[in-house]
Design a binder for this molecule. Structure first.
Ligand code: PLP
Length: 476
């Protein structure tokens, strides 16, 4: 399978190069030249497969030309073998036609494990094949860094260096980075903010002479392999709820648009999807864009769902590329406008196409806490604050039952035939304070992390200075 850039000025690349380079040389994002498509008969055959086997079938066309089938098969078996639930992504019913897709049974208790358990092993495999060694470098405000470390620890071919703002990540998040004993894991507390950490990472990535001596790779959310791995759980949940006979709707707590974009791809690949609902917190740029057709950046305001406190949703560019019928000149123009004016306006046709395929809603902190409280009261189920944003939005959206038709039948919620699946992106124990405040219960860490607070921590501490980070990497 070949990949091309959304901006149209970079050469086509293989899956292997798309994975190892991340961003295309023209600043665009890689997408496959064609999407695989499954017909009803093929979907029927996939509908009872265990998670790892389904993952193999869905991912196989994307990796064609780079991975032998047996290699891909063992990579996915190992990746999802680290999950602590036999179903990998279990569905839990919380209302008469409302479901939670639990994506938090991986090592770091957040859905990013689905992508990073796979990406870490995949990169290590490709690097060994090439006889290369790299430094995986990233900045984190919490979740991504721990999931990246959990995906790369102990693997040959890579050192992993993750910068986080000292004193500004939760204790659970910090300990999930600092308690690994593997020699290739290097969490670094930086005297600064998350933005400072990101700035240092950017500085190093554009420093050609440093990169010459110390090859760097990124594991950020624009890596195509991360998107591909996330497509799988939409098929898994949809097929289990009988999507072949009644389309299923998904509500997705959204930040960088990676997760929900994977849902869009699943529908483009043949899964019958009734609706894709973008759920945002008060940082609602995507919900506003759907409403008005204008993508208009504002300042980020901190919320109870910090992993969604984002103003630039990087993967949105991939969707725009489709909405503009792969016209890279248009995408180039939109991104230039965003860079210069902090906003762009969708063409009427693209805006209509966006509204035909997605719905959107938002939840402020009060609504988030209310959703945690009411779900706990009505179903005895504890939501983390990110998932609670989703549940609030799912409850208040008018359900569609014909995807893409633009027709919405206002029906009584209890009579609505369309199952609504809200993606649970984190375990409640990752954000215990909000859960305790709303539901009066302190959520317990799962057994495999029960001793997290007793484990020994290992981390470096550096000033807010790219030179200090360079020296640190040189010393590895
Ligand atoms: C990263 C993250 C999100 C947002 O996912 P995107 O792919 O960036 O839209 C939502 N919830 C949690 C818990 C996360 O860690």
């Amino acid at each position: 399978m070949d990949y091309h850039s959304t901006r149209g000025h970079a050469p086509h690349v293989s899956f292997e190069d798309a994975v190892l380079t991340g961003l295309a040389s023209d600043g665009g994002l890689y997408v496959p030249v064609t999407l695989p498509r499954f017909n009803a008969q093929e979907l029927e055959a996939l509908s009872a497969l265990p998670y790892a086997e389904l993952a193999y079938r869905i991912l196989q066309p994307f990796c064609e030309g780079t991975l032998e089938d047996a290699t891909l098969s063992s990579l996915v078996q190992e990746s999802y073998g680290s999950f602590r639930h036999a179903a990998i992504a279990p569905l839990v019913q919380i209302g008469s036609n409302d479901w939670i897709l639990e994506l938090f049974h991986g090592p770091t208790l957040a859905f990013k494990d689905f992508a990073l358990q796979f990406l870490g092993r995949l990169m290590s495999h490709l690097l060994q094949k090439r006889g290369q060694k790299v430094v995986v470098l990233g900045a984190t405000s919490g979740d991504t860094g721990s999931a990246a470390i959990a995906g790369c620890h102990g693997l040959p071919g890579m050192e992993i260096v993750i910068l986080f703002p000292k004193g500004r990540v939760s204790e659970v998040q910090r300990r999930q980075m600092t308690t690994y004993t593997d020699a290739n894991v290097h969490p670094v507390a930086v005297e600064g903010t998350f933005d400072d950490c990101q700035q240092i990472v950017k500085t190093l990535f554009v420093d050609a002479s440093f990169k010459e001596k110390h090859p760097l790779v990124a594991v950020n959310s624009i890596n195509w392999a991360r998107i591909a791995a996330q497509i799988v759980y939409y098929f898994y949940a949809g097929l289990r709820l009988g999507a072949l006979h009644r389309p299923v709707a998904f509500t997705v707590p959204t930040g960088n648009f990676g997760d929900i974009y994977a849902g869009y791809l699943a529908s483009q690949m043949g899964l019958p999807v009734a609706d894709l609902v973008i759920a945002t917190n008060r940082n609602d740029i995507l919900a506003r864009c759907l409403e008005t057709g204008m993508y208009d950046m504002r300042e980020v305001t901190p919320s109870l769902s910090p992993s969604m406190d984002i103003q630039i949703s990087s993967n949105f560019e991939r969707l725009l590329f489709d909405l503009y019928h792969q016209d890279s000149a248009s995408i180039h123009g939109l991104m230039e406008s965003l860079r210069q004016n902090r906003r762009f306006t969708l063409s009427p046709a693209a805006h209509t196409a966006l509204k035909a395929r997605f719905s959107a809603g938002c939840a402020d902190d009060a609504a988030t806490l209310a959703a945690i409280a009411s779900t706990s009261r009505e179903s005895g189920y504890l939501l983390d604050p990110h998932t609670a944003v989703g549940v609030h939005v799912a409850k208040n959206i008018t359900r569609r039952n014909a995807y893409g038709s633009g027709q919405r039948k206002p029906e009584q919620p209890e009579n609505n035939p369309t199952p609504m699946v809200t993606l649970a992106t984190a375990h409640p124990a990752k954000f215990p304070d909000a859960v305790k405040q709303a539901a009066g219960v302190h959520p317990a860490l799962p057994a495999h992390l029960a001793d997290l607070f007793e484990r020994k921590e290992k981390m470096a501490s550096l000033p807010n200075d790219p030179e200090a980070v360079k020296a640190f990497i040189e010393g590895l």
